[in-house]
Every structure is written in structure tokens, then in C-alpha cells.
Design a protein around this ligand. Structure first.
Ligand SMILES: [Zn+2]
Length: 544
């Protein structure tokens, strides 16, 4: 009797909370076997899941939302981003658009005035060349903008930092401070530091910058979630978090504030032990947060020649880069995590790092230890013989299409005309049967997934360069790229049963956008604007 009554109450509560009906949409989704399907409407159950897709002319009862003929897509998923980094960068002062030092100083002064509680003013993006200066800026100049607290601003390339007098003082940098190995303190004729620190000397100030407060962390996460919603991301795989970040994510999830589903990767084996001592968490909070994965770093990056190459760099014949973890150590970490049921995602950029990680995954499988959806993050430069091994070993290639179009000139300088053929080789990977997942590596690149779709299909930057595409033979079809940012990313996040397509039973995570990507010229895809973002049948973003 009691049970029946409770059930009746539940049912009536459900009925009162009407389902949402989206009508008059130009809808696209992949279906459960990867074909592109069209629909004109969507019924969202009061549980936030897709109840049914509607055909043209079909009507249904509920709270009707008229999509006005606009294009409706599944929410996009970024398979490799850095959520807190995105938020912090957005909250910091950004000087990349300044064209004179006076303009920069004005911007710094107004930022300081608007942020009176910040003990340090931190930011970056400056470039004295864009200011028309043939010298570095000075602490004295920076003091004109802010003198009451330390200011520390990194140069656009990250290889120099600009401090004011208070920052130099807080860091104990005086005329007597020697230049550290691998770095330089800019000085005047008398040896007095002038304010700019180069390379390793930057650490003298960086170690004094106080860690963000709890309020600053929360503000960064809030900002990152807003940015993601505004570009149509309903999911992200956060590529390496620490235990404190996990606690913050849990808080946001508990408070119902996570407007994107986060598959967090623990940043290394220690973070993994601290965050998830009992094993993978599975998807928590109605599939909004999970830690099922550990992220490892096999090598560095191509730009700084830290990526590990089988042969020396074409533009640095003595240098083959550096492995960060390899051999028995790499195998032990992967095996231990896999044994406990974790997915292992390993960053590998150079062809040597990629080969070593493929070998490690293969060795562990040979030992009889199954791997949980192993992934190579970036898979940037591959030796031709290694491309087919992704499919053979069941390893996901987690790719960032905008890296190719941003890095193209640099990458070709680093590896030369022959090896570049195995670079950013997405089509070859797909043709070999490999699963790919699409991402951006934000904030290294913009978070906007339409930039990624555009780069993947055109192999051009957003200025349309090069006109025929950079090694256009490695471009994906739009459907393949769309799959990488939906079903491919969902698979890599162990959530393909709940998101990635708009099919009955999955979460109603979708976006309304201002253009039809499947009809417009490919060169325009990056211009698409997201008008609305919905998560679990609730609108979480609306463009004004
Ligand atoms: Zn990354």
C-alpha cells in the first residue's frame, strides 16, 4: 500500500514536470552505427534524456521550444583540454592584443583597479616587437601602471617575464643575484636588474607567486564552464588534474553547477592514488563527473624540441628530444593502473615517444593484462610503420586538429619534408581502422570545437592558409571530424552509452547553432556561432 502510494506520488510528480519538445529544427546526429541521421525535432523526457526524434511535420505535446529552423547538433565533446587552465587564462590579464607599451600599461592599470583583492597581478601575451620597441620593457615602466603590489607578465612565447619593482623585491632579485644556468636577468650598465627575466631566470619570480585562493579557483572553473557552454561543448576530458581540482569539481557537481560533463584524467600516478584510491569512480552525479583515467607524459612538445624523435631534429641535428618516462618504468605504471581498471592516456608527440608507448601497450597486452581503452594523446608525429598499430592494438588516437594548422610551419622545420608525412596523419589513422577522438588542448588553442572541425576538414588555418590545405591528403571528411568530436570522444571518455548521439535514452545534450555545417563551404565552419547549449534537457547557455 505504502509502496503503491509512493509510486503514484512519483508518477504524478513526473507528469507535472512536462517533457520538453523541440520543434522546427534542422537536426543532425550520428545514429548508433555511425550513420548521419536527420530529424526536425526532439522530445526530451522529464528525466533529461532523449525520448524520441521527430520527423518533419510531426508534433508532440509538452513545453514546446521552436528552434526556428536553426541547426541542432549533439553537444560537442573536447577529448583533450585543460579546464582550470582555460579559466585562469581568461581571468588573467591578456596583453596579446596591445600594439604599444602605453596601451599595455593602461590595460594593466585598469585591470589592477578592477581587481583590488588580487595580491599579485599576473598575466601575459606581451610582445615588444608588436609595440614597435627594439628593447625589452622595464620594471620602471611597469611601475607607472602598478606600484602597490607585484606584477608578473610572461612574454607571448613564454620564454621571458616582465616584473615590476615590487615583484623583483618580493623575489629577492638584486644586482647581486647571479644569472641562473639556462637563464638571464636583464640588467642596465651598472648590473641593476631592469625587470625582464629570460628562460630559467623566470622561476625566481614564479616560485613567489602565491597559489590561487579557493575563491580564485572557483572563479576560474566558473569562467571555464561559461566559455565551454558558449562554444557548444557539453563535455570535456580534462587532461591531467591534481587532487585539489577533483575536490572542486565534486563541489560544483554537488551544487548542480557543472554545465559540462568532465571526464577527468588524474595527472600522473601519484594524483591517481590520491584521488581514486579504490579504483575508477565511474560516472557520478548523473554522468557529469568521472575519474576513470590516468594521464602520463612520455615526452615534451615539438616547438621547444622536447618531443622525442627517432632521428635528430631537422633544424637541430644534435638533438633528438627527450623521453620523460620509458622502458620498465613506463610499463610498470601502465600495468599497475590497468590492473586496477583505469584507462591510461599517454601524451606522445615525437615518433620515438609514440613508438615507445605503442610498444609498452603491446608488451602489457602480451603479458595477458587487458588495457582499458588506452589512448595516445596527440599522436602527432608517427613513423609510417606505426600508423597501423593503433587499430591493431586497439589504441585511441586523441588528436587536436587545430594544432596542425597552428604548428604547420614550425612542425615542418622541426621534422623536415619526409617525416612530416607521418605528422598529424588523421586520414591515415582513420583509414587504418583506428578510433580517433577530437580535441583542442585548450587553452593552448581556443576551446571552440568548430575551429577543430574546420581544421580537420580543410587542413587550413582560419586565414584560409595554405589555399589547398596543408598535406590535404590527411584531411578528414566532415562526418569523420564530427564523429571525432561526438561519438569518438564519447568512446574515449567511456560514456558512449549516455552521450555523443541524440538517440533515445541518451542525455539530451545538444546545441543550436547559426549555420548548417553540413551544407556550408568547409572554409566557413569555424565562423559558426553557438546560439544555445542544452545539457540533460536544460538550457545552460543562450547567446544574447
Ligand atoms: Zn594538453
Amino acid at each position: 500500500m505504502r509502496i503503491a502510494l509512493a509510486l503514484a506520488v512519483l508518477l504524478s510528480a513526473g507528469a507535472a514536470d512536462a517533457r520538453t519538445v523541440i520543434l522546427n529544427a534542422n537536426g543532425y546526429t550520428l545514429d548508433d552505427i555511425g550513420r548521419l541521421a536527420k530529424f526536425s525535432g526532439l522530445i526530451v523526457g522529464d528525466d533529461g534524456r532523449v525520448e524520441r526524434l521527430l520527423k518533419p511535420g510531426e508534433k508532440a505535446d509538452g513545453d514546446v521550444v521552436d528552434a526556428g529552423g536553426r541547426t541542432l547538433l549533439p553537444g560537442l565533446i573536447d577529448a583533450h583540454g585543460h579546464v582550470m587552465g582555460l579559466g585562469f587564462l581568461a581571468l588573467q590579464i591578456d596583453l596579446s592584443d596591445t600594439t604599444s607599451i602605453d596601451q599595455a600599461l593602461a590595460k594593466i592599470a585598469s585591470y589592477a583597479a578592477a581587481n583590488p583583492d588580487r595580491k599579485w597581478i599576473v598575466g601575459g601575451g606581451w610582445n615588444q616587437v608588436s609595440w614597435g620597441l627594439d628593447r625589452f620593457p622595464t620594471a620602471e615602466e611597469l611601475d607607472i601602471a602598478v606600484a602597490d603590489r607585484p606584477v608578473w607578465l610572461s612574454r607571448v612565447d613564454g620564454h621571458a617575464g616582465w616584473a615590476n619593482a615590487a615583484a623583483l623585491k618580493a623575489s629577492g632579485i638584486t644586482a647581486k643575484t647571479p644569472d641562473p644556468a639556462g637563464g638571464r636577468i636583464e640588467r642596465d650598465a651598472n648590473g641593476k636588474p631592469t625587470g625582464v627575466l629570460v628562460d630559467t631566470a623566470m622561476a625566481l619570480v614564479e616560485k613567489k607567486v602565491p597559489p590561487p585562493t579557493a575563491a580564485e579557483n572557483a572563479a576560474a572553473l566558473e569562467t571555464a564552464l561559461q566559455i565551454m557552454a558558449s562554444v557548444g561543448l557539453t563535455g570535456v576530458h580534462d587532461a591531467g588534474i591534481d587532487p585539489a581540482t577533483w575536490v572542486l569539481y565534486e563541489q560544483f557537481a554537488q551544487d548542480g553547477k557543472l554545465t559540462a560533463r568532465i571526464s577527468a584524467m588524474a595527472g600522473g600516478a601519484d594524483a591517481l592514488r590520491a584521488i581514486a584510491p579504490k579504483g575508477p569512480t565511474g560516472w557520478l552525479f548523473e554522468d557529469r563527473l568521472a575519474l576513470n583515467t590516468v594521464k602520463l607524459l612520455a615526452d615534451g612538445a615539438l616547438g621547444s624540441r622536447g618531443a622525442a624523435m627517432l632521428e635528430p631534429y631537422s633544424d637541430d641535428p644534435e638533438n633528438t628530444g627527450l623521453m620523460i618516462i620509458e622502458g620498465a618504468k613506463l610499463r610498470n605504471v601502465i600495468a599497475a593502473a590497468s590492473m586496477r581498471g583505469f584507462q591510461v592516456n599517454v601524451h606522445a608527440i615525437g615518433d620515438k615517444a609514440n613508438r615507445e608507448v605503442l610498444n609498452a601497450f603491446a608488451d602489457i597486452q602480451k603479458m595477458g593484462q587487458p588495457l582499458v581503452r588506452p589512448s595516445i594523446e596527440h599522436a602527432q608525429i608517427l613513423a609510417p610503420d606505426d600508423i597501423g598499430r593503433f587499430a591493431k592494438l586497439g589504441i585511441i588516437a586523441s588528436i587536436q586538429p587545430t594544432h596542425a594548422t597552428s604548428d604547420k610551419a614550425m612542425a615542418e622545420d622541426r621534422v623536415g619534408p619526409e617525416r612530416i608525412k607521418g605528422g598529424y596523419a588523421w586520414k591515415s589513422l582513420v583509414n587504418s581502422g583506428a578510433r580517433i577522438a577530437g580535441g583542442s588542448d585548450f587553452p593552448v588553442e581556443p576551446a571552440n570545437p568548430f575551429y577543430g572541425l574546420h581544421a580537420a576538414v580543410t587542413r587550413q588555418d582560419r586565414d584560409g592558409q595554405p589555399p589547398k590545405g596543408w598535406y590535404a591528403n590527411e584531411a578528414l571528411t566532415l562526418q569523420q571530424a564530427f564523429a571525432a568530436f561526438t561519438t569518438g570522444a564519447a568512446y574515449a571518455g567511456q560514456q558512449e552509452r549516455s552521450v555523443g548521439t541524440l538517440t533515445p535514452g541518451k542525455w539530451a545534450d545538444f546545441i543550436l547553432v547559426d549555420g548548417d555545417i553540413f551544407k556550408m563551404p568547409a572554409g566557413d565552419i569555424w565562423k559558426v556561432k553557438v546560439l544555445e547549449t542544452w545539457l540533460a534537457g536544460k538550457r545552460v547557455y543562450m547567446r544574447d
